[in-house]
Design a protein around this ligand. Structure first.
Ligand SMILES: Cc1cc2nc3c(=O)[nH]c(=O)nc-3n(C[C@H](O)[C@H](O)[C@H](O)COP(=O)(O)OP(=O)(O)OC[C@H]3O[C@@H](n4cnc5c(N)ncnc54)[C@H](O)[C@@H]3O)c2cc1C
Length: 447
């Protein structure tokens, strides 16, 4: 294995387990060969090795979105490739494959610049961007993928290509939204935005207020400007000392807000939400953008998680009442459900067209639960019921970044894109990866 700088490990080797581990272990990676890539050369060598042995390639950055187990594959772990270089004058960043958003925030925010990260700063920036990337500045600026300037990517033929709107435009179009189906991205160049501060945080209402909160939220989101990002989650907090005391062991309706316009305006826009009633906890206030990850306050320790998504065309009283009957405080479900406000710039076409789906959605509806393998059938049934009952209000689509471990058939992946986009993605796949080397993912098969 002279072609490699990083470790090349097989089952039983020291370090093999660390190379295949990720955040969501609902799917366990057991590759034939795990490569701890240190740069483009290792990625090229790993792709060539896989091709020569007739093995598929799997890519693991943080493991936030597992799809298929990688048995028999060459798995490329990108976590050592975590460099971030900011150009404050151009307002851009070069982000390597394994960098988490936290690293990008640390590099960009000292210049008063913000990336288009999502709710958790522990998610990988490249994996997130390849799937569109819907974040807390998205209603104002669009999807993260809309602001990629270029990629360095190793394709199935082992070539390292520099891809942009001018060079390899079809590949550039497909990579922005089509996820890891077209190659292994070594680095990307992204645009940054002049957002230094937010008015943001969480308003945690008691369970009995869920109906009031959701009905008020539906009306409130219809009127807020694009600078206001928000979501609401219904969840039962465990009775765990790690949970803040007022929330411990309780059913909570958690509204999250992030306003990137003037702080006073954010405070004013939040008032109608506060008027709904008393909060168990209210963390909303002015904050530096660097602390954006505190707003959703999502888990960081590895979990086995199961989730599903439906994109909704709107949010009216009928949607709210149906959702409450399925996942409200009286429903007795173990699922947490979340509505995220889309619209705004998400719905507008980007300057350079790309393959991102979900632009027609007004909200995403996400359901999540911890995965107990012994009760998988029960969990599936619970998620099926929620998304089945919400189907009348669905756009008919999903969103690539929110596809879960049960969404891996081509039929499922197809739902993340408008039909013409999926057909073009299939064309690009057929051209650049005819043998489907990159298939250990939410796969778009070649013809
Ligand atoms: C707690 C949490 C919060 C989230 N919040 C948001 C959010 O606010 N907005 C949003 O849009 N999404 C969000 N997501 C979804 C997230 O964007 C996806 O899970 C994303 O795919 C994670 O990428 P990753 O590299 O961290 O994960 P991984 O599981 O390591 O990778 C995910 C997929 O991307 C592929 N991939 C990763 N790196 C590369 C690469 N360099 N080249 C080619 N393919 C690659 C992998 O092969 C895999 O198929 C969230 C997920 C979680 C669990």
């Amino acid at each position: 294995m002279n072609d490699f700088t990083g470790p090349v490990l097989r089952p039983g080797d020291d370090g093999y387990d660390a190379e295949r581990a990720g955040f969501n272990h609902a799917v366990e990676h057991r590759p034939a060969i795990a490569v701890g890539a240190t740069g483009a050369g290792d990625v090229q060598a790993a792709v060539a090795l896989a091709a020569s042995q007739g093995r598929p390639v799997a890519v693991l950055a943080t493991g936030h979105q597992p799809a298929l187990p990688s048995a028999g594959a060459v798995l490329i772990n990108t976590r050592r490739m975590a460099g971030v270089l900011v150009d404050p004058v151009a307002a851009t960043a070069r982000v390597e494959a394994g960098a988490r958003w936290q690293r990008v925030l640390e590099a960009a925010t000292p210049y008063g610049l913000a990336p288009l990260n999502g709710s958790s700063p522990h998610v990988g920036a490249v994996g997130y961007t390849l799937g569109g990337g819907a974040g807390l500045l998205g209603r104002r600026y669009g999807f993260a993928a809309d602001h990629v300037r270029g990629f360095e990517v190793v394709t199935a033929d082992g070539r390292l290509r520099h891809v942009s709107a001018d060079a390899e435009p079809d590949l550039f179009w497909a990579l922005r939204g089509g996820k890891g189906n077209f190659g292994v991205v070594v680095a990307m160049e992204i645009g940054l935005f002049p957002v230094a501060r937010l008015y943001g945080g969480g308003l945690y209402f008691p369970g009995e207020a869920a109906s009031d909160v959701l009905h008020a939220y539906a009306g409130w989101t219809a009127a807020v400007p694009d600078e206001m990002a928000s979501s609401v989650m219904l969840l039962h907090y465990p009775d765990d000392p790690a949970v803040p005391e007022p929330l411990r062991g309780r059913f909570v309706t958690h509204v999250r807000i992030a306003h990137s316009g003037p702080v006073e305006e954010g405070e004013r826009l939040t008032r109608p939400l506060r008027d709904i009633g008393p909060r168990l906890l209210d963390t909303a206030g002015e904050m530096p953008y660097a602390r954006v990850g505190s707003i959703h306050h999502e888990p960081t320790d590895p979990v086995a998680a199961y989730d599903r998504v439906t994109m909704l065309a709107g949010l009216d009283a009928a949607v709210v009442d149906t959702l409450l009957s399925l996942a409200g405080p009286q429903a007795g479900t173990a699922l947490a459900v979340e509505l995220r406000h889309f619209g705004g710039a998400y719905a507008r076409p980007p300057a350079v067209p790309n393959a991102v789906g979900g632009r027609d959605a007004a909200f995403s509806l996400f359901s999540g639960s911890l995965l107990d393998p012994a009760r998988l059938a029960e969990a599936r049934q619970a998620h099926d019921t929620v998304h089945g009952k919400m189907r009348p209000w669905s756009t008919g689509g999903t969103f690539a970044n929110f596809l879960g471990v049960d969404d891996t058939t081509p039929g499922h992946v197809r739902t993340a894109y408008p039909p013409a986009v999926f057909a073009r993605l299939t064309d690009v796949k057929t051209r650049f990866d005819p043998a489907n080397l990159f298939r250990i993912n939410h796969n778009i098969p070649p013809r």
